[in-house]
Design a protein around this ligand. Structure first.
Ligand SMILES: [Zn+2]
Length: 319
């Protein structure tokens, strides 16, 4: 993508905004500093330059997802602990594919707003909707494209008081959208924290599937969606916001192994440059450096809350 942006910038010398964007995306993640807190088995990305253009940059999209899962998993767990009768469920709402991303996105957004309005109406004593079983939700939009055109959909983690009548919900969605009855509903197991975290990662992962989209399509989607709000929440999960920083907070008073990775454009991969052992509570201990050679995949942490899979290989081709 960075290469595509640089080519566009060269073709349009009178677009300083394109120049700035190309510089930011090209420089994103050109170095990564991880702290491996080996005594507590936690890996944190503590320093990096990030472009924060998660609709253009696979690295920032993955980091954003990790931060959101880390932040909001606790919120969902707290609500479930205080209201144990509620059950977490994954819901996906879709509309029919179409040629215009702008029109399809607007259509899905309006349909979803209508469904939420039906829920509020019932709370205020008017009408009935299956969606009233939802007591809280965290959701985000995702956009894919196939031969049949753009396919926007909404992924949600919802907390329900009773199981949905899926047929009734599907019928309701068809009446609202006029073109789609597709409502996918899946229970989220609460046996382990991992199941809930994986469900949340499904919601917060990439708004665009970079591997499935051509570079011109990615750029087209960015221009239409960049200033739009693509995630939200309501009910007892209200309050989700995009993370300001894509880095992790360091842990205090714990020894760690510091790993510095530098991106080498010529080889298209990362070099692990140095590792050093640090013990912040022992100032007399000098850091023990070790120069490292050769290329290596950074131990890119998807989320400190998800133990398996703990790492996600970050390919420079994503850039
Ligand atoms: Zn980035």
């Amino acid at each position: 993508m960075a290469q595509y942006l640089r080519a566009m910038k060269d073709e349009s010398p009178n677009r300083p905004d394109l120049h700035k964007l190309a510089v930011n995306v090209t420089g994103c993640a050109n170095y990564l500093v991880f702290h491996d807190y080996y005594t507590v088995d936690q890996l944190r990305l503590v320093k990096a330059r990030t472009c924060k253009k998660s609709l253009l940059c696979a690295f920032c999209a993955a980091r954003r997802a990790a931060k959101l899962v880390d932040r909001y998993l606790g919120t969902v767990e707290r609500v479930l602990a205080s209201e144990p009768a509620l059950r977490p469920v994954m819901v996906t709402l879709t509309v029919k594919n179409g040629e215009s991303l702008r029109e399809r996105f607007r259509h899905l957004k309006r349909a979803f707003m209508k469904l939420q309005q039906h829920r509020r109406d019932q709370i205020n004593g008017r009408g009935y909707t299956e969606f009233s079983k939802v007591k809280g939700s965290i959701y985000s939009y995702e956009f894919t494209k196939s031969e049949k055109g753009w396919h926007p959909h909404i992924h949600m983690v919802v907390l329900v008081s009773n199981w949905f009548d899926q047929k009734a919900l599907s019928k309701e969605w068809q009446a609202i959208t006029g073109d789609s009855f597709i409502v996918d509903v899946r229970r989220i197991s609460t046996t382990t924290e991992n199941d809930l975290a994986s469900g949340m990662l499904e919601v917060f992962k990439y708004a665009l599937k970079f591997s499935d989209l051509s570079l011109p399509d990615t750029w087209h989607a960015y221009q239409i969606l960049n200033s739009r709000r693509l995630m939200g929440s309501f009910g007892n999960l209200r309050g989700v916001k995009s993370p300001e920083s894509l880095l992790d907070d360091p842990l205090e008073h714990l020894p760690y192994l510091e790993l510095l990775y530098v991106f080498v454009p010529r080889s298209g991969s990362y070099d692990l440059r140095t590792t050093k052992i640090m013990d912040p509570d022992d100032p007399l201990t000098l850091p023990s450096y070790q120069a490292s050679k050769g290329t290596a995949d950074p131990p890119f942490s998807i989320s400190t809350r998800i133990k398996s899979p703990r790492t996600h290989s970050f390919r420079p081709a994503d850039r």
